[in-house]
Design a protein around this ligand. Structure first.
Ligand code: DAT
Ligand code: MG
Length: 139
């Protein structure tokens, strides 16, 4: 089943110069780029994007981090790419993410910077449609 998913390369990925390496992995996997844009998020955009996490202890530091520099927002297209990109990304916590995944190979121990795990990928068909609408309303 061909799907679309919303992927963000977070400010740590951009700052560390990992944009090319992460896109290389996405393309090597066979996913197509349907949209790609370097931009700085806004509080409004992030409130919508992370609505499910509002009120959680990590919400404020997460939003602050996501505002700390530009992100690369993209829409991927491909067979089962929602689940597939999550698998390319690896587990949320880079320390336990498997080797071979973006977070496992390139992510650093969370330490105090718990929100810095390089990438975001939509987690379901429903969130993919919702998040694509937030970041690329004209797509
Ligand atoms: P994922 O990005 O793997 O979908 P998520 O949707 O549960 O993870 O959380 C969104 C982001 O919030 C995640 O990428 C990093 C941060 N985060 C999640 N759980 C956290 C926790 N327990 N402590 C600190 N930050 C957390
Ligand atoms: Mg998530």
């Amino acid at each position: 089943m061909t799907q679309r998913t919303l992927v963000l390369l977070k400010p740590d990925a951009v700052r560390r110069g990992l944009v090319g390496e992460i896109i290389r992995r996405i393309e090597a996997k066979g996913y197509t780029l349907a949209a790609l844009d370097l931009r700085t998020a806004t509080p409004e955009l992030l409130a919508a994007h992370y609505a499910e996490h509002e009120g959680k202890p990590f919400y404020e530091p997460l939003v602050e981090f996501m505002l700390s520099g530009p992100v690369v927002a993209m829409v991927l297209e491909g067979e089962r790419c929602i689940e597939g990109f999550r698998s390319v990304a690896g587990a949320t916590d880079p320390t336990v993410a498997a080797p071979g995944t973006v977070r496992g190979d390139l992510g650093r121990d969370w330490g105090l910077k718990v929100q810095q795990n390089l990438v975001h990928g939509s987690d379901s068909l429903e969130s993919a449609e919702r998040e694509i609408g937030i970041w690329f309303p004209n797509l």
